[in-house]
Design a protein around this ligand. Structure first.
Ligand SMILES: [Zn+2]
Length: 384
């Protein structure tokens, strides 16, 4: 029996004093939710799918695309003409816009499959991880809708997370070590929560993609610094790059045998390495010293030393006059049964326009000689 107070709370959209967006007001695919209110047969072609290239595909891996029309509805704080002054995180922080919170500071807040966006003032907190409102994968499909879409074979199931600081920063040269440490920590505890909850729902293979897009040209649609994690729950299909890495780590680990002449800096559990065949000019890699396979296994101290290094590299790249639109990629082992060995590392890739030969193959024409870059970066680390 539903009590009168509970019924009233539901009508008002309040639970425990917090304003909740009712299910009937959630637009199709916002926060990765498909429910009986926002679904109709004509939306079937808008369900996110993970589709492989018919020629670039070989026994379960190859080039794939996440096809997710809802991504096109993201609020953009930039246009090609310049910045439009809308920081969507500001309204979320002040409790004026809805979000599904997964972690607030060190506390896990909601179920990762929650369908209850809420208004919550977090101005007195430091860090939050929320569900991406415009994801590339679907997170929840109502039971009765599931039967109607069962014929769609390649549904892209997944959880897309966004982590951000409550205090405003635009890049890693501005942020402080403490904030960045807890930002990465928040990503980590949220990923763990996704894995726990997803396994209870019957998912058992996970591909985890954590990254920062800093600046509009690096794919960051928001000026406030934020990181993202795509947890792909489809459980099949690695892309070409990860397939290559898995093969490499299966044998002798190259990251346990890096040429010392290419190492530019060592600090705590990490070393900084300039790859002699970079994907972008000024590419820098940060490698964990031990053969550790997962970012989720890092202790807070290691995350803190990593944060220090990331901030210093950002400052060094600024001093070298490197364009400030950058991607930071975290490589961690896909949790798929057949994959045994991996060695975590991070890549910092400044934005660059790429041309035909780089699209034709996995290659790059580089103008900054990595041997000279090694010297420059070594000197700059020493001068910090
Ligand atoms: Zn290794």
């Amino acid at each position: 029996m539903v009590s009168e107070t509970f019924a009233r709370r539901n009508i008002m959209g309040y639970e425990g004093g917090v304003k909740i967006l009712s299910e009937s007001n959630i637009p199709f695919m916002h926060w990765g939710i498909i429910n009986k209110y926002n679904f109709s047969e004509d939306k079937i072609s808008f369900i996110p799918r993970k589709v492989f290239d018919k020629i670039l595909y070989n026994s379960g891996s190859g080039h794939f695309s996440y096809i997710s029309p809802v991504r096109g509805f993201r609020p953009k704080a930039y246009s090609l003409k310049g910045r439009v002054s809308k920081d969507v995180f500001k309204q979320i922080i002040s409790g004026e816009d809805y979000a599904i919170f997964i972690a607030v500071d060190e506390n896990i807040f909601n179920n990762v499959f929650s369908v209850k966006p809420m208004l919550l003032n977090i101005e007195d907190k430091k860090i939050a991880t929320i569900i991406n409102r415009f994801p590339s994968m679907v997170r929840v499909i109502d039971e009765d809708i599931l039967d109607r879409v069962r014929h769609v074979k390649d549904i892209a199931w997944g959880v897309n997370l966004v982590s951000f600081p409550v205090k405003y920063f635009e890049n890693l040269s501005e942020i402080d070590v403490d904030t960045l440490t807890y930002l990465i920590y928040s990503m980590n505890i949220s990923i763990k929560r996704v894995l726990e909850s997803a396994s209870k729902r019957g998912f058992n293979n996970y591909i985890i993609y954590p990254f920062f897009n800093i600046g509009y040209l690096a794919g960051g649609s928001q000026p406030r610094i934020h990181s993202q994690v795509y947890v792909d729950l489809t459980g099949y299909g690695l892309g070409l790059r990860f397939r290559g890495l898995i093969e490499v780590f299966r044998n002798k680990c190259p990251l346990c045998n890096v040429d010392g002449r290419e190492v530019v800096y060592e600090y705590d559990d990490w070393f900084v390495w300039v790859n002699s065949a970079p994907r972008r000019n000024y590419e820098i890699r940060i490698v964990y010293r031990e053969h550790l396979d997962s970012f989720m296994k890092l202790k807070l101290n290691s995350i803190r030393s990593l944060s220090k290094i990331l901030i210093n590299i950002s400052k060094i790249l600024d001093r070298l006059g490197v364009y400030d639109n950058r991607n930071i990629l975290f490589y961690t082992k896909p949790l798929i049964e057949s994959i045994e060995s991996f060695h975590i590392f991070i890549e910092i890739l400044p934005f660059e326009v790429i041309g035909g030969v780089e699209l034709l193959d996995s290659c790059r024409v580089i103008r900054v000689n990595p041997r000279i870059l090694v010297e420059d970066i070594r000197n700059l680390f020493n001068s910090l």
